[in-house]
Design a protein around this ligand. Structure first.
Ligand code: GLC
Length: 682
């Protein structure tokens, strides 16, 4: 471990101001000519953005996997790439909430649900940091659209802010990420990069985060104000930053102590980097990391439809594989996480993989449409005609369609929730001539499939699945792997059903009118039928739930257990979900909220007992009067289900905290310190 004589605290004031912005060498912090240590950061959540690194599935795939192990494994693959390329910090994971199905960057985020986002994000962070690579949780917060993300303020009411948009960050902080990245957007009128109530008041003082806060790239508008807000490091290098800070110090707007606090957190980061070098393992051969990427992709593949059990394919004789994406799958979305030109892996063609699996089967491939890298797709009429004829002559047709990094990208939102028209028409045309059409949809967010889904026999939904996606799909189609993914985002029947739709505010402010009713909470509360509900996904196996038990451990502290049985002859994994409902609350509550989940491997015929812990936090809501989470005694309903809309077991539970605890809360309420702002106690 390299020893540096000079500590950051011993630097001159000018030098301190210099190290609080990136160095001129991109992605690196400043080392003052070798006087102090530095670290190297790098994107991104779908793979280390360095040539030759493994392209892993996007975070949406982790969301659809509901697998803590998959989250951990995916991050650990990237940690090994970071070690190989001497990168100290990965700029991931993103845990922003998918409140709008058309947000261009949804593929980079986990879910519409804060609990699922937080738990999987936490395991992702552990997967990085257990191998000595720092995690950067981003983007704090309410960065839920790409349209005008640098300027339009996200106007969020206090309860929704805490219960929905901050909650993933609060949960992820349990894994002690080294860095939190602020977002570009203003929050309630103040840029998050200089929003002291957010960064110091909530992130540091309330959540207890003592790590480094970094700006999103070029997100700092006023360096002095951002330092005052305790944003420690402006990235990338900004010429004006040093002078901004020195001038602000001279005029007394920022103090030496404030500068030293940020300098100390820079020192802490470098100390972590230096110490972690000792625990970094020797990276395994790339092929092993690739094989893990296949496993991660498999975990997130969602079987949405499987009429007549057409899948897994059993001894097909004539198979048409249609669509260029069967050979050139989109590994990720567009923007700073785009690994398409980085991984260098020669992705095997899906049709050829299937031919290897079914040697006696006639497998025909036809591209049917052309992939235009910077435009999306376009029709190749004569190719489509051949594809239709091939389908007509085949026993089964696998049609590969979906979005790509042009249609789903950082920097702008989607123009439609539907497949590209070229693809939608192709599916419809193929379904007209073949009774056994299996549609494979690749996308980074919800797709409106209503135009064709009734015509298809089976539908497999895969996220942008990284370089291993075709091998993963082949394993699913052949039954080598039993599909186990479930949707982490509600698939609506039409974008008009989404409360946000294409709403982006008035150019200055976007009002989050949906409040706490985001995703499944909104659709269920408003009785809006959806295409596929949150938590939905099929398997080749079948599962039954039984024997719900609730054991009181203490004050508002319970174990909830139930049995899941694999009632089929196929080994598989089941994602069971635990929701609760606060029945008689004095504030508006959602019809249900996810408070636990488990992904359980069950051999054919096997049963397992699954247990979740429900504690005070599980039952509490964020009180805008008390300015903290509050547990209101009363009746709760406990739901255990295979999806948010498929509840298999339920129970009523009367939660009574001990009187003193309740009274002490009310005492606190009526004896709040005189607040500087107008807190009305009515
Ligand atoms: C981008 C993204 C952020 C990324 C950073 C560095 O604009 O918002 O997620 O890590 O800048 O590329």
């Amino acid at each position: 471990m390299e020893q540096f004589s000079m500590k950051f605290k011993d630097l001159t004031l000018q030098e301190k101001c210099q190290i609080l912005t990136g160095s001129r060498e991109a992605w690196c912090t400043e080392d003052l000519g070798g006087k102090v240590p530095y670290c190297r950061m790098q994107d991104g959540p779908s793979g280390l953005m360095v040539q030759g690194s493994v392209s892993v599935p996007c975070l949406q795939n982790i969301g659809n996997s509901w697998s803590e192990d998959a989250a951990y494994l995916m991050a650990s693959i990237m940690a090994e790439d970071c070690i190989e390329h001497e990168v100290d910090v990965l700029l991931a994971p993103g845990v922003n909430i998918k409140r709008n199905n058309v947000c261009g960057r949804n593929f980079e985020y986990v879910s519409e649900d804060p609990y699922l986002s937080g738990i999987l994000g936490k395991h992702f962070v552990n997967g990085l940091q257990d191998k000595g690579i720092g995690a950067t949780v981003k983007h704090l917060c309410a960065n839920n659209r790409e349209y005008a993300r640098f300027t339009v303020s996200s106007e969020v009411d206090e309860r929704a802010l805490h219960e929905i948009y901050l909650e993933p960050f609060r949960i992820v902080l349990e894994s002690k990420p080294w860095i939190v990245m602020c977002s570009y957007n203003p929050l309630n009128g103040w840029y998050t990069s200089e929003n002291r109530p957010l960064l110091k008041g909530i992130l540091r003082d309330t959540f207890g985060f003592d790590g480094l806060i970094v700006s999103d790239w070029c997100a700092v508008h006023d360096r002095a104000k951002s330092l005052k807000a305790t944003l420690d490091l402006e990235m990338p290098f900004a010429e004006r930053s040093e002078k901004n800070l020195l001038d602000a110090h001279t005029r007394g707007f920022i103090t030496t102590e404030e500068i030293d606090e940020s300098v100390q957190r820079m020192q802490d980061l470098m100390d972590k980097v230096e110490a972690s070098k000792a625990i970094r393992p020797t990276p395994r051969p790339r092929q092993e990391r690739h094989n893990d990427a296949i496993k991660v992709a498999e975990e997130g593949i969602v079987l949405l439809k499987n009429e007549d059990g057409v899948l897994p394919l059993k001894n097909p004789k004539r198979l048409a594989v249609i669509g260029q994406q069967a050979r050139y799958p989109e590994v990720g979305g567009g923007g700073s996480s785009d690994m398409s030109a980085k991984h260098g892996y020669d992705i095997p063609f899906l049709d050829r993989l299937l031919k290897q699996e079914y040697p006696d089967c006639s497998v025909r491939f036809i591209g049917a449409y052309k992939i235009l890298p910077h435009l999306g797709f376009n029709n190749r009429e004569w190719l489509e005609k051949i594809a239709i004829r091939d389908a007509y002559e085949s026993e089964y047709s696998i049609v590969c369609v979906g979005d790509n990094r042009v249609l789903e990208s950082e920097g702008y939102d989607r123009q439609s929730l539907k497949l590209p028209l070229v693809h939608e028409n192709l599916v419809k045309h193929i379904c007209e001539v073949n009774p056994n059409v299996i549609v494979i949809v690749t996308a980074g967010s919800a797709i409106d499939m209503t135009a064709w889904i009734d015509k298809a026999k089976a539908v497999i939904y895969t996220s942008f699945g990284g370089e291993g996606i075709n091998e993963a799909l082949c394993n699913i189609i052949t039954g080598k792997t039993c599909p186990s993914g479930k949707l982490s985002e509600t698939f609506v029947r039409s974008i008009e059903d989404n409360p946000i739709n294409f709403e982006t505010g008035n150019g200055f402010v976007e009002r989050y009118n949906d409040g706490i009713m985001v995703g499944y909470k909104y659709y269920e509360k408003n009785n809006i039928p959806v295409l596929f509900p949150f938590g939905y996904g099929k398997s080749y196996a079948t599962f039954e739930y039984s024997d719900l038990k609730i054991e009181k451990l203490g004050d508002a502290d319970y174990n909830v257990s139930y049995t899941v049985t694999n009632t089929s002859d196929v080994d598989g994994k089941e994602i069971s979900q635990l929701y609760i409902k606060d029945v008689f609350s004095m504030v508006e509550q959602p019809p249900k909220a996810l408070k636990g989940f488990a992904k359980t491997f069950l051999k054919a015929g096997e049963s397992k007992v699954i247990t979740h812990r429900l504690d005070k936090q599980s039952f509490s809501y964020y009180s805008t009067m008390l300015k903290e989470w509050f547990l209101e005694d009363g009746w709760f309903e406990i739901y255990v289900g295979a999806s948010s809309a498929d509840i298999r077991l339920q129970a009523k539970l009367l939660v009574k905290t001990d009187e003193d605890q309740q009274n002490s809360k009310y005492d606190e309420f009526y004896n709040l310190p005189d607040s500087t702002n107008d807190t009305f106690i009515v």
